[in-house]
Design a protein around this ligand. Structure first.
Ligand code: GLP
Length: 242
């Protein structure tokens, strides 16, 4: 696992954008794994800038989201499919239908999860997966206790994660859905390159566990220690317990 510490968020965003720019230059039809949450927002802004400068095109790329809330209506502004379009994908030139997410409105949840795994496999797997990390060490919505081999499935969100995400729901923890669909840790581990970003003190303990702790389902991100190509980009506050 490669750990890179930078003073400023913009430097982290530039390094990640460089990796994506190189990938798309080599493989214009690359498959990107996208994350929601605030951690990758500067990366998305930097990619949009480079797209506007004519340096990067997503015209042949495909993208898959990590996770989605269950039970939000399809026009809800905090649905992750809507969030990623607003933050990134609708600001660049992804073709219609190239950005996929788990279907949190499906009536048959197990079938929707299996279909999502099949869609990722049919695209040839994910070349580069962006990841944030929860303060409890979750990646995507794989909360503590998640099987290290898990695939896309429904999960119950912890109180901590719902409290962390209440800021997107007017500060009201009760407005945050209780369930989600999420790529499993096994799904994430199948991506060819994992790129995790973390900034701020609130992530310091999770980063300490990720980099220096034992691999454990209680700190789900630690599974990344077994990945052959994982990059962790941190600011000094997130790295303060290393
Ligand atoms: C949510 C998302 C995760 C994300 C995490 C951290 O729970 N499902 O994918 O990594 O939040 O979010 P942030 O980057 O806003 O700290």
């Amino acid at each position: 696992m490669e750990v890179v510490i930078q003073a400023r968020g913009e430097q982290i965003a530039a390094l990640v954008a460089d990796a994506i720019e190189r990938l798309l230059a080599d493989k214009p039809d690359a498959v990107l794994g996208l994350a929601t949450g605030s951690s990758p927002l500067q990366v998305y802004d930097e990619l949009v800038r480079r797209h506007e400068d004519g340096r990067i095109s997503f015209a042949r790329a495909r993208a898959f989201l990590l996770d989605e809330y269950v039970g939000l209506p399809s026009d809800h502004p905090e649905r992750y499919g809507t969030v990623i379009a607003r933050a990134f994908t609708s600001r660049v030139d992804f073709p219609e239908g190239a950005v996929h997410g788990p279907d949190g409105t499906a009536e048959d949840i197990p079938a929707a999860c299996a279909a999502y795994e099949d869609a990722i496999a049919a695209a040839g797997g994910i070349d580069l997966q962006l990841l944030g990390i929860g303060s409890d060490g979750h990646i995507a919505f794989n909360e503590p206790g998640s099987s290290l081999a898990s695939r896309t499935r429904i999960k119950t969100l912890t109180r901590q994660t719902r409290a962390d995400n209440a800021r997107f729901f007017g500060g009201d923890v009760d407005a945050v859905p209780r369930h989600c669909l999420t790529q499993g840790l096994g799904t994430i581990m199948s991506a060819r390159h994992l790129v995790l970003l973390a900034t701020g003190n609130a992530k310091a303990e999770a980063i300490h566990q990720l980099v220096e702790g034992p691999v454990s389902a209680m700190w789900p991100a630690t599974v990344m220690q077994h990945h052959p190509h994982a990059t962790v980009l941190l600011d000094e506050a997130a790295a303060s317990r290393l």
